[in-house]
Design a protein around this ligand. Structure first.
Ligand SMILES: Nc1ncnc2c1ncn2[C@@H]1O[C@H](COP(=O)(O)OP(=O)(O)OP(=O)(O)O)[C@@H](O)[C@H]1O
Ligand SMILES: [Mg+2]
Length: 219
């Protein structure tokens, strides 16, 4: 099924970043925010899912331990989807309406990728919900091999012993690569230098900024 979202038709611009843990989202976003702010753009940097879900017991159980049989994954998926609907429509959409450049560290795609990667391939509800949330102007999918991504995560002192479901990472990578081929998707390899990856991102963002000429708000 094709993932269709709602065109936002506002003066703002929505840029999302998805991909495996350690693929480089935060690194690329930091560079993008810096350069956009230097140009005087009004930027809202945000993250999905929000802390409401991140701090929940069901989310933590899935993230932090191999034993999560006590919880049905669909229940977490619905909780995360609810959080994304709320955040997309009550935080992101108003900022877009004000002409801001909104950058989201993860977006609805991550919800879908996880649902599929965990074997729920026939759930249509997630596509129905997606139709009512703002469609990004560009959705970046940062792509690196699973071993490298894991090495990067483990390289962080606080995550050196973190539980990682390696097989799941392989399935997620396949899902993200497939989604990158969809509407407004943009696959960016991050196995090269940061400069090279960021160059691809900045070229794509500049193209949209010039299309939106006069729309995006400058401070
Ligand atoms: N081409 C590249 N693009 C992005 N990051 C790169 C690249 N090459 C090397 N790196 C390194 O990979 C690491 C990526 O970490 P980062 O925190 O940005 O990932 P993340 O996707 O935000 O992870 P998480 O999902 O766990 O938050 C950084 O240490 C960064 O310096
Ligand atoms: Mg990050």
């Amino acid at each position: 099924m094709e993932l269709l979202m709602k065109p936002h038709r506002t003066p703002g611009m929505l840029i999302t970043f998805c991909g495996l843990d350690g693929c480089g989202k935060t690194t690329m976003i930091r560079r993008l925010v810096e350069i956009l702010e230097k140009q005087g753009c009004s930027v809202l940097l945000t993250k999905q899912p929000t802390d409401f879900v991140r701090k929940s017991r069901i989310f933590r159980t899935y993230m932090d331990s191999p034993d999560h049989d006590a919880y049905d994954y669909r229940s977490l998926s619905l909780l995360a989807a609810s959080d994304r609907v709320q955040h997309s429509n009550r935080v992101i959409a108003p900022a877009l309406a004000q002409g801001k450049v909104v950058i989201s560290d993860r977006y609805f795609y991550s919800c879908l990728a996880n649902l599929h990667a965990r074997g729920f391939l026939r759930d249509r509800w997630i596509y129905e919900i997606a139709r009512d949330i703002p469609q990004p102007d560009v959705a970046f999918f940062l792509d690196v091999d699973v071993d490298t991504a894991i090495r990067r995560v483990r390289g962080r002192e606080e995550e050196k012993d973190r539980y990682i479901d390696v097989e799941l990472q392989h399935r997620l990578r396949r899902e993200y690569r497939e989604m990158a081929a969809g509407r407004n998707g943009n696959l960016v390899p991050t196995d090269t230098s940061e400069e090279e990856s960021f160059g691809l991102i900045w070229t794509a963002v500049q193209a949209i900024l010039s299309e939106k000429d006069g729309g995006v708000r400058y401070a």
